[in-house]
Write a protein that binds this ligand. Structure first.
Ligand code: AMP
Length: 283
């Protein structure tokens, strides 16, 4: 696997590969990799001549400086895992390489509309603006044919999809399925921060989402499905709810009737043991 820290040398290499008619599949990450991240790279590797990953802990999408500082950076281990997953190229830039003139005062050419005002956007002000800033910058640098992102961060991938369409960027977005632990907990870099007790309780999140899916099949309305899920959650000790919404997969706005949306998704974020856990399910 080739590792590039500088844009110039990365682009020289990628341009050569493009001349050889290689398609480029790209998965941006913040490192502290697990099997969820690796699934994006494996799919990118299967579907393209070249699989490119980036590891960049983007300061502009953290609203809490402590959180940014505490973000795990096990780079040696990450490199080993990427190599094993068949990743061809790792882009590992410094902050000054991504934001050479500083990262402030960025004005997005993308109109987020209502997409960033709900759910994660409402709980983490500025988060999606920072995410869009770095994704645009990375796309500009890598110019991939395909961009691989996880359904795990459902709102994020919906916003990126809308951004690609609105800015008429030539990259195709591929949304990859959520990789879960054997007990159903969605894999996340944050899971290691759960105490053993909290870790044992955490699979209740996926159980709740699966129940919502069953409830829909059994004929309950979105309002009833949501009410039952909220009731269940309230009965679980130690879980603090940030939000639980049943939304239109495209607009991310809550739906009142199933026929209001071509696809509906239950999105849920809870705090357990001080750790924020995100999950979702298409129903
Ligand atoms: P992050 O490093 O947290 O920014 O995540 C990088 C990419 O990996 C994003 O597109 C995430 O949606 C994706 N990802 C994170 N966790 C999972 C998972 N459990 N399954 C599939 N994709 C994931």
């Amino acid at each position: 696997m080739w590792i590039f820290k500088k844009i110039d040398s990365l682009q020289q290499y990628l341009n050569q590969q493009r001349k050889d008619k290689q398609r480029i599949g790209f998965a941006p990450t913040m490192g502290a990799l697990h099997q969820g991240h690796l699934s994006l790279l494996s799919q990118a590797s299967r579907e393209n001549g070249l699989a490119v990953a980036s590891i960049f802990v983007n300061p502009t999408q953290f609203n809490d400086p402590n959180d940014l500082e505490k973000y795990p950076r096990p780079i040696e281990n990450d490199i080993e895992m990427l190599t094993e997953a068949g990743c061809d190229v790792l882009f590992l830039p410094d902050v000054s390489e991504i934001y050479p003139t500083g990262s402030r005062n960025w004005v997005s050419p993308f109109n987020f509309g209502e997409l960033a005002r709900v759910m994660e956007g409402a709980h983490r002000p500025g988060h999606f603006e920072g995410m869009a800033q770095v994704v645009q910058r990375l796309l500009d640098i890598v110019q991939p044919d395909r961009l691989y992102m996880g359904q795990k961060d459902f709102q994020q991938q919906t916003i990126v999809g809308a951004m690609l369409a609105q800015l008429q960027l030539p990259t195709e977005l591929i949304c990859c399925a959520i990789v879960r632990e054997a007990d159903g907990l969605a894999m996340s870099s944050r899971n290691i921060r759960l105490s053993p007790t909290a870790r044992a309780q955490a699979p209740a999140i996926y159980a709740l989402l699966q129940q919502a899916k069953k409830d829909r099949k059994n004929g309950l309305s979105p309002i009833q499905v949501r009410a039952r899920a909220l009731e269940k959650l309230a009965a679980l000790p130690h879980f603090e709810l940030d939000y639980l919404e049943i939304v239109d997969a495209k607009t991310l706005q809550p739906i009142l009737n199933w026929h209001d949306a071509a696809a509906a998704v239950v999105c849920l974020t809870v705090r357990l043991d001080g750790v924020r856990l995100l999950d979702n399910i298409r129903i």
